[in-house]
Design a protein around this ligand. Structure first.
Ligand code: FCB
Length: 454
């Protein structure tokens, strides 16, 4: 029997979760800040990419976005009013180093200082992502993540930021979704910088992972009591049929999608099977790299949106798999499958197969195209129900043994959704872009009431 929406709101209670569980929202700099040319910020690869015709579906950029750079107090007030106790944000590297001065930009430092103080004043524990895809363009001009020198530039930036904020920010995420940085950025070209080469993507990926591993001890040295981790985009992989060929396709698909990250981070190196499949396209690895990548972390961040369904596809290099989209699945307006069970399975699998330490759902959310009704209310029942069902899934994963200590909904606000521009709305809060008016949606109102235990 399927539950109605009304039943769903009773499907879960805050008391189902431990005291001290973190309730948050996730955001990222390029998607919300705007103020692209303000206070010494220089262009990132996303400024360049989004200004290139044909790269973003609605032809938009993040130049203004939610104007969060100027409206951050109002935005943090929304999170506080919901009763949240944590807030995940990212720093725009382009506000800190401009590629010319050796010294960090005082105005950029001051902005993040104000922002973090604003979180603390509102009872929001700051969770800082150091890299959420907005590489300075001047570094891309010198080869970007393909160039090992970018690792050094990243470490210098991490050093400065963790010294600057380390007294106040204890939770640090080195990278958001290296799969997307590497593969969307350099293999399928859907994201900045828009390259289309597998060997390049794998080299980029390797350098991103090395930069993560080298950042871990650096952050610990700078931040007393630091908790350090990385946020991965992970997907349960499902076979489209029961055939042996499709079931083997799952193993091959998983090896690049998930294990290419999890295995080296937990000291197992790149999976043999993956190395065999990519052959000469494997990245160049310098002695010491794999040990660096395996630096012990305090937690793993899991970003979960949907499972992938695959078939055996012998002509597809390198995995001989293809993703399919079965008609009979429930989907969001973005076309992403809705599968709360996928989150249970994923968290349980990661906890079973890897010594992750604490787990956090660092992103989870849905895009539905809801707008204000005649009374100005945004009744996004589908998004609310998605949220409820995924919180129930998180609870069930905990019961199944996954040490999940917090949940961050993506996202506080509707925002710039990368190559989809402003066409996809993931927010718990509606943003009317022409006026920048914020309206908390039904989903955000529900989340707040739930978190406050009402
Ligand atoms: C994730 C990204 C995040 C957001 C969501 C919808 O892959 O980390 O920035 O775009 O997808």
């Amino acid at each position: 029997m399927t539950m109605t929406s009304t039943d769903l709101t009773k499907a879960i209670r805050r008391s189902d979760f431990a005291d001290g569980f973190l309730w948050g929202v996730s955001t990222s700099a390029y998607q919300i800040e705007g103020a692209a040319g303000v206070d010494g910020r220089v262009p990132s690869i996303w400024d360049t990419f989004s200004a290139t015709p044909g790269k973003v579906r609605d032809g938009s950029t993040g130049a203004v976005a939610c104007d969060h750079y100027h409206r951050w107090e109002e935005d943090l007030d929304l999170a506080r009013a919901m009763g949240l106790n944590s807030y995940r944000f990212s720093i725009a590297w382009t506000r800190i180093f401009n590629g010319v001065d050796e010294r960090p930009n005082a105005e950029g430092l001051a902005f993040y200082s104000r922002l973090v103080d604003g979180m603390l004043a509102r009872g929001l524990q700051p969770w800082c992502t150091l890299y959420h895809w907005d590489l300075p363009q001047y570094l891309q001009d010198r080869g970007g993540w393909e160039n090992r020198a970018t690792i050094d530039a990243y470490l210098r930036y991490v050093d400065v930021m963790t010294q600057h904020l380390g007294g106040r920010v204890k939770h640090w995420i080195t990278h958001n979704e290296p799969w997307c940085t590497a593969m969307h950025g350099n293999w399928d070209g859907m994201h900045a910088p828009g390259n289309k080469s597998l060997p390049l993507a794998l080299q980029v990926c390797h350098h991103v992972l090395v930069s993560h591993g080298l950042a871990v001890p650096l952050i610990r040295a700078n931040v007393p009591d630091a908790k350090v981790g990385i946020a991965l985009s992970l997907h349960p992989i499902e076979a489209a049929s029961d055939s042996a060929a499709d079931r083997e396709a799952v193993v091959r698909h998983d090896v690049l999608r998930n294990r290419w990250f999890l295995d080296p981070l937990f000291g197992r190196g790149y999976p043999e099977l993956a190395l065999r499949l990519v052959g000469d396209d494997a990245p160049a690895v310098v002695e010491g790299d794999m040990d660096a990548i395996a630096a012990r972390c305090d937690f793993l961040g899991v970003n979960y949106y949907f499972p992938e369904v695959v078939i055996d596809a012998p002509d597809q290099y390198p995995l001989r798999t293809a993703i399919v989209h079965p008609q009979d699945r429930e989907r969001t307006d973005f076309g992403w499958e809705v599968s709360p069970q996928g989150l249970v399975d994923l968290l349980a699998r990661v906890a079973r197969e890897y010594p992750t330490g604490d787990l956090y759902v660092t992103e989870n959310g849905s895009a539905y195209d809801d707008h204000p009704d005649a009374d100005g209310a945004v009744n996004d029942t589908a998004r609310r129900d998605y949220l409820i069902r995924h919180l129930a899934a998180t609870r069930d994963a905990i019961a199944a043994g996954a040490p999940v200590k917090g949940y961050f909904a993506w996202s506080l606000l509707d925002n710039f959704e990368w190559s989809e521009g402003y066409l996809r709305r993931f927010g718990l809060t509606y943003v009317d872009y022409p006026t920048q008016r914020r309206t908390v949606k039904q989903s955000g109102r529900w989340y707040g009431a739930f978190v406050r235990g009402e």
